[in-house]
Write a protein that binds this ligand. Structure first.
Ligand code: ATP
Ligand code: MG
Length: 588
């Protein structure tokens, strides 16, 4: 077993590499253990990339294991979405390292129980009759339960009767017998089993006692032969319990070891399933895969690629220190990839008509346009040009500021891949709104013409009106108006005395839907391909649409329109609108 050379490095991989070097384990085995009580989010993506990354780099296997020990919150829908998300994220990268079908902690319930009986026999666990509140209180103050020193036989009898369903919920628990004075509260006789008369999504009514996290998790790792059990920092205090369980049961080597890293926190987002589910249930978003959600399914639907997400996980690295990652880093990673890979196309999001008064009425020219200036092999395509065009409404201003380089009355601009035009006349409706522009073309200014090199300051995009394809385009912006919706709510609760919920910082303008005019070649656009609508951003087809028209999702704008806002360092009030500034025309 040798490690690959071009791999990322961090303190966890260093440990794995050392274990590989010393031959501590026969094969590296990691796991990703989600609780199926919601959809996966981008924080989980970090964990998936780490666990599968280690398996991939060290020739091991990564199991996906459903931590399905809580019968009341878990659903099959979540299991399916989790598997779809994991497979998508590792596809083409670490497919070989997945252990096959998902594993379930619930498949080990029988073995967990046998281990519990063993622990009781070893005098290291007891049945407690105290209520949950009492147990919590005793653990807090470090006081022993009056039931702590029950004889083994009585404990075995009670545990068997707990399992057989003789007792009501919350009347008894099985507790580890460790140390009620331990400085680490987790070692103060933690609960291993509780009674829940509830149907489980896989085991049905077979069980009415369910294992607690630490018991189930440690033993699942052991049963599966996990070598490196990697989790987030909040589990650091659980590690002594993890080791205690393995020791107390005298489980033979090789044993798993737990290592902790800092979870991903991203600005302008909330990152817990408990909060994400509120957004879904309160209909603040359109489901778990709403493209504004930082769920894996939402990001995928928005047009994010698995490779970009993996590059992001790689860029943020793995550390032991809690931190907040700027969402701009995610956006930067996506732009970086798409700039290299996306196919360029012309589309007009907010069209205004232009008539070229000196261009022959029935003439249609097929002009050459570059598919991807970053990729010499991407070639060119033909785009039709005719007398009637659409340009972007924002690319014309009647009384522009001095630095404006786009179209103005009497001014000139170059149409990308085509001619220079001059605005001669502005047509308005009764309300004074501009409805059409009449322009003249410099017929010698296109490629190969006598004035093709004539310089004008601005270049804008366009589509031929007669050939344009209508499409619904969904323009997404960040879902929250403040960098830290959670601490913003905490801060305001301090000021006012009542907690402002993270939901009060929802960006009410995070979705705008427009009908765009697209160049005809977009009619055969491919869902798996990424497109740059020139000067506008990166877009992907939405598959789930019931609309007759094509539906496009804007994955990301071309530039970081929020960077300017960030510089101002002003906290926006709840619901504040940030108007995305329009990217300036290219200058030639
Ligand atoms: P949430 O708080 O969103 O419910 P969780 O930790 O309860 O998250 P699990 O389904 O238990 O969710 O997590 C599965 C795995 O993903 C765990 O190993 C957990 O440590 C890891 N994980 C969860 N959130 C993050 C995050 N923000 N960054 C990195 N890893 C994470
Ligand atoms: Mg959890």
């Amino acid at each position: 077993m040798t490690a690959k050379t071009d791999m990322p490095s961090d303190f966890i991989r260093d440990i794995v590499a050392e274990d590989v070097r010393t031959g501590k384990y026969e094969r590296i085995q990691t796991r990703f253990p989600p609780e199926p009580n919601g959809y996966l989010h981008i924080g989980h993506a970090k964990s998936i990339c780490l666990n599968f990354g280690i398996a991939h780099e060290f020739g091991g296997i990564c199991n996906v294991r459903m931590d399905d020990t809580n019968p009341t919150k878990e659903e099959t829908e979540y299991v399916n979405s989790i598997m779809a998300d994991v497979r998508w994220l590792i596809s083409g990268w670490a497919d070989k390292n997945i252990g096959g079908a998902p594993l379930y902690a619930s498949d080990y319930f029988d073995r967990f129980y046998e281990y519990a009986v063993d622990l009781v026999r070893k005098c290291k666990a007891y049945v407690d009759d105290m209520s949950r509140e009492q147990t919590d209180e005793y653990r807090r103050i470090g006081k022993e339960s009056p039931f702590r020193n029950r004889p083994v036989e009585e404990n075995l009898d009670l545990l068997g009767r707990m399992k057989a369903g003789e007792f009501a919920d919350n009347t008894h628990t099985l507790r580890a017998k460790i140390d009620m004075n331990a400085p680490n509260v987790w070692l103060r006789d933690p609960v291993l089993y509780r009674i829940r008369h509830a149907s489980h999504h896989r085991t049905g009514d077979k069980w009415c006692i369910y294992p607690m996290y630490d018991w189930a998790h440690t033993l699942s790792d052991y049963i599966e032969g996990i070598t490196h059990s990697v989790c987030t920092l909040e589990f650091e205090v659980h590690r002594p319990l993890y080791d205690w369980i393995l020791d107390a049961l005298e489980l033979p080597e090789p044993r798993p070891h737990q290592y902790e890293f800092a979870r991903l926190n991203l600005t302008y987002s909330v990152m817990s399933k408990r909060k994400l589910i509120q957004l879904v249930n309160d209909k603040l978003v359109n489901g778990w895969d709403d493209p504004r959600m930082l769920t894996i399914s939402g990001l995928r639907r928005r047009g994010m690629t698995a490779s970009a997400l993996r590059a992001f996980a790689y860029n943020i690295g793995i550390t032991k220190y809690p931190s907040m990652t700027d969402i701009a880093l995610l956006e930067h990673t996506v732009r970086n990839e798409f700039n290299r890979t996306a196919t360029r196309r012309l589309a007009v999001l907010r069209p205004i008509k232009v008539e070229l008064t000196n261009y022959p009425e029935d003439q249609v020219e097929e002009l050459d346009a570059v598919n991807n200036p970053e990729d010499a092999n991407a070639g060119t395509r033909k785009i039709p040009f005719s007398r009637e065009l659409f340009i972007e409404r924002d690319d014309f201003m009647e009384t522009p500021p001095s630095k404006y380089v786009r179209l103005r009355p009497g001014g000139e601009v170059r149409l990308k891949y085509a001619y220079i035009i001059k605005c001669d006349e502005v047509i308005k409706d009764n309300a004074g709104k501009v409805t059409e522009l009449r322009c003249s073309v410099d017929l010698e200014s296109k490629s190969g013409g006598a004035t093709s090199n004539r310089k004008v300051k601005g270049t804008i995009h366009w589509v031929s009106a007669a050939h344009a394809v209508d499409a619904e385009v969904r323009l997404y912006d960040r879902l929250f108006t403040v960098p830290e919706p959670d601490s913003a709510s905490a801060a305001s609760s301090g000021a006012t005395g009542s907690a402002a919920d993270f939901k009060s910082f929802i960006n009410l303008h995070s979705l705008e839907v427009v009908t765009a005019k697209c160049e005809p070649s977009l009619a055969i656009a491919q869902p798996e391909e990424r497109y740059q609508f020139e000067r506008l951003g990166y877009f992907a087809l939405d598959l789930d649409s019931t609309s007759e028209k094509q539906v496009w999702n804007r994955t990301i704008t071309l530039k970081d329109t929020w960077a300017k806002e960030a510089k101002k360092e002003v906290r926006q009030p709840a619901g504040a609108i940030r108007q995305a500034s329009y990217p300036a025309a290219e200058t030639r």
